[in-house]
Design a protein. Structure first.
Length: 235
């Protein structure tokens, strides 16, 4: 089935108008920028600090904004109309994710710039960041499908922001409680591990394992989201 770019663009434009009118949600995207500027002025320069900001951006922009956009559709009872429209699942979810993806990439770029993060291999980091954004957007969509309102979405996404933003502390917890070792495979930690290898001189061939793990999370999140979305269509 061919994907209609015109339908996706219509959904994108509608989301942009809704987003610009929601002051509470739109201001959240600036939080990582303020923290990045603060870190940059303080001279904080470590992979952990840089990726705390980047992972926070994923949580606050990719997951939070996406979750609120989906929840707002449900709150206004317009999501059902989209589901029953001629638009396909790919067109609806793609169109609903496009605005969030653009905002995420822009905020990640300026966050890295303000924090004065200069990766040794930009190409590897860009691929990893784009892959990671897909995971968080899918996760935000999934949480939005379970939320009944924007207020509920704002609450339900908070654990995601906390867990993935402060992921650099997870290895210390795992050292204390080894049975939690599986947590080290979370995509935010794999992104940090990948960044460390890049700074040590690794190229694509040296970070294939981390990229594969992140890709696995992306595929699992997208499949789960599509299944839940289609289930909502027949509820």
């Amino acid at each position: 089935m061919m994907i209609s770019l015109k339908r996706m663009n219509a959904i994108f434009q509608k989301d942009f108008k809704d987003f610009s009118r929601n002051f509470a949600v739109s201001t959240v995207i600036f939080v990582p920028l303020f923290l990045a500027a603060f870190y940059g002025r303080m001279g904080v320069d470590s992979i952990e600090s840089h990726y705390m900001l980047i992972n926070m951006t994923f949580g606050m922009v990719a997951a939070f904004v996406q979750c609120c956009l989906i929840a707002e559709e449900k709150e206004k009872n317009t999501l059902r109309g989209l589901m029953l429209s001629p638009a396909s699942t790919a067109e609806i979810l793609g169109g609903k994710s496009l605005l969030t993806f653009i905002f995420t990439m822009v905020i990640v770029f300026f966050t890295a710039y303000l924090a004065e993060y200069k990766p040794a291999n930009i190409a590897v980091i860009v691929v990893a960041v784009v892959l990671s954004s897909f995971f968080y957007i899918a996760l935000g969509t999934l949480l939005g499908l379970y939320s009944k309102s924007v207020l509920e979405a704002s609450v339900i996404v908070m654990p995601v922001i906390l867990i993935f933003s402060l992921g650099s502390f997870i290895p210390m917890i795992v050292a204390e409680y080894p049975f939690l070792k599986a947590a080290t495979y979370l995509p935010n930690l794999q992104l940090i591990e990948l960044a460390k290898k890049v700074e040590a001189g690794a190229g694509f061939s040296g970070v294939l394992i981390e990229l594969a793990i992140i890709l696995g999370w992306v595929i699992a999140a997208i499949i789960t989201t599509v299944v839940i979305y289609r289930k909502r269509m027949v509820d």
